[in-house]
Ligand binder design. Structure first.
Ligand code: HEC
Length: 527
């Protein structure tokens, strides 16, 4: 008998924190806790009062928005040591350990209660009266804001993010429903739904089912962002996957940052990578800039472009048409050449030629032009009997490239971020299997496969994040991806400062005479 009783007690004690955790987990935040959350994460008062952070021994004052609690203690309150200081774990069980707390620094104190917590925040002392480390600011805030804040601190770590419940994770994607991209939207939706159905059939993620919502993507960028905002603010959505961005890259990226909603693997050629980094958007494939950089890496490596001493024996030019969208890529090409210390052009520098002013005839050309502009380039070059090597991002490849004059045979190189051969046998089978079982549309197969690859990345991250899922945990886990093989694209790596999973390209030579494409390189890194 005895062992059974002991076992029973053991389980009871062992399970207790879990049961308490679960009941807290299930409840939504009260309006007061919601206000406290804003103060905790953003340092601003929903009531419009001033909140000031007093920092250091000298007592400098800054608005708390510059130093919200979450920036040091983490959105989940667990605190991550950084630069030699360790912000305390603020989750309620940690603050209220019954026998008090001894910190690694040797500081000891009895458990916190709400009064002591307010004192720590406003006066910088713990329940034993010890002064906290100077890195912890003291805050000046109204009585009401302080009440709201400590109400929320009690919920830290148990506050589920939107779209998350104990048995489901709600994801969404924004796709065109009408207009010329409607069929693309249908194809992407079908493959996502099929894949998540499959994940659910296999038991979901830690017993949570994946729900997928589809949000319409109107053509105009502002309408698209407004539509998304409406849904994110009213519907419970944990994260976005595979959304259609073209034309609205900036608006959507800004919006998901504002609403702290992760977006994984959006459909776009124009990743928004400006400084400061937008932490919420994880792109899968490189944009034009990265392809431009990979073209330079490849050109610099080609033996026919090198002298015995390793220098450059040819001239090069960066030829751009006037479209502003190519500007950043033109700059990236020059920057990459400089990084590789690769002299280009007779002046030792990359010459920049506007397409309209084409007069000189360098031996290598990085061509950033589409459609008619590209055709015009090929014709004028051929008329002058000038056949340089031409490097071109694969996304600018079109009929006009195919129809280049015969003299360009094997002299046109296209940079693509992924090749069909990346679709490793097993995953290609997975796609075909999904396609058969769920009758996926036969259209837009490349886009479907790219979307499936993005969904693979997200599902893998959700698995790695574990049961205690949150948006910040998801982002942390994605940042830890190193050479993850999703089976469909080159290996995927992210990092604290890296938001494009695949950085580089394969170069493919175009055989103009028989319209064939022949691999010219292995994987070429762009950074
Ligand atoms: C600039 C970084 C920073 C910010 C911002 C910050 N803290 Fe701290 N906090 C710390 C550090 C570091 C400690 C650890 C002090 C120590 O160990 O003496 C700490 C300790 C604490 C403690 C004491 C727990 C204990 O170990 O006794 C509480 C409570 C606390 N912070 C709450 C908050 C709240 C609430 C906010 C926002 C209003 C906030 N902190 C903002 C860095 C910060």
């Amino acid at each position: 008998m005895r062992p059974i009783v002991q076992y029973g007690i053991g389980c009871w004690l062992g399970c207790l924190p879990m049961l308490i955790g679960l009941s807290a987990f299930a409840a939504e935040l009260t309006p007061q806790e919601e206000r406290g959350k804003t103060i905790y994460l953003e340092g601003t008062s929903p009531a419009g009062n001033e909140i000031t952070a007093v920092i250091g021994d000298a007592g400098a004052e800054v608005p708390a928005a510059v130093m919200p609690c979450g920036s040091c203690h983490g959105p989940d309150g667990r605190g991550r040591p950084e630069g030699g200081i360790s912000p305390s774990d603020l989750t309620w069980p940690a603050l209220t350990k019954p026998y008090g707390i001894e910190h690694p620094s040797g500081r000891q104190h009895p458990p916190y209660d709400l009064r002591m917590l307010k004192r720590a925040i406003t006066m910088g002392t713990d329940p034993a009266g010890n002064s906290l480390h100077v890195a912890m600011p003291r805050y000046r805030l109204t009585h009401q804001d302080a009440e709201d804040l400590v109400a929320y601190v009690q919920r830290l770590g148990t506050d589920l993010d939107p779209g998350l419940s104990l048995d489901s994770i709600t994801l969404a994607t924004q796709l065109p429903r009408e207009g010329r991209f409607a069929a693309l939207g249908t194809a992407i939706e079908a493959v996502l739904q099929a894949y998540f159905d499959d994940v659910n059939e296999q038991g979901g993620i830690y017993s949570r089912r994946i729900n997928l919502r589809v949000i319409a993507a109107p053509d105009a960028a502002d309408d698209r962002a407004d539509m998304l905002r409406g849904q994110l603010e009213t519907e419970e959505i944990f994260a976005l996957v595979g959304s259609f961005l073209p034309g609205a890259e900036e608006q959507v990226a800004d919006l998901v940052e504002e609403l702290r909603t992760p977006l994984v693997g959006p459909f776009t050629q124009d990743p928004q990578l400006g400084w400061p980094l937008n932490p919420y958007v994880f792109y899968l494939l490189p944009g034009l800039e990265d392809l431009g950089r990979a073209m330079v890496s490849y050109a610099a490596e080609r033996s026919d472009n090198r002298t015995a001493e390793g220098g450059s024996n040819r001239t090069a030019a960066d030829i751009v048409d006037a479209e502003p969208r190519f500007e950043a890529t033109a700059q990236a090409i020059v920057a990459r050449a400089n990084e590789l210390d690769w002299p280009m052009g007779s002046s030792g520098e990359l010459e920049r030629i506007e397409l309209a002013e084409l007069g000189t005839t360098p031996d290598r050309v990085f061509l950033l032009a589409s459609g008619e502009q590209q055709a015009a380039f090929f014709q004028r070059a051929a008329a002058a009997g000038w056949y340089p090597q031409v490097f071109l991002p694969g996304s600018l490849f079109g009929n006009q490239t195919f129809d280049a004059p015969a003299g360009f045979d094997d002299r046109i190189f296209l940079a693509f971020p992924t090749l069909p051969s990346n679709q490793a046998a097993a995953s290609a089978r997975e796609y075909r299997d999904l396609a058969t079982r769920f009758s996926l549309p036969a259209k837009h197969v490349t886009a479907q496969i790219a979307t499936l690859a993005s969904a693979h990345v997200l599902i893998e991250a959700l698995k790695r994040a574990g049961r205690e899922l949150s948006r910040s945990r998801l982002i942390e886990v994605l940042e830890g991806f190193s050479e993850f093989d999703n089976g469909l694209t080159p290996l995927v790596t992210y990092g604290p400062n890296r938001r494009v999973g695949v950085q580089g390209a394969y170069l493919i030579a175009l055989n103009v005479s028989d319209h064939s494409l022949v691999p010219a390189s292995g994987w070429v890194k762009s950074r």
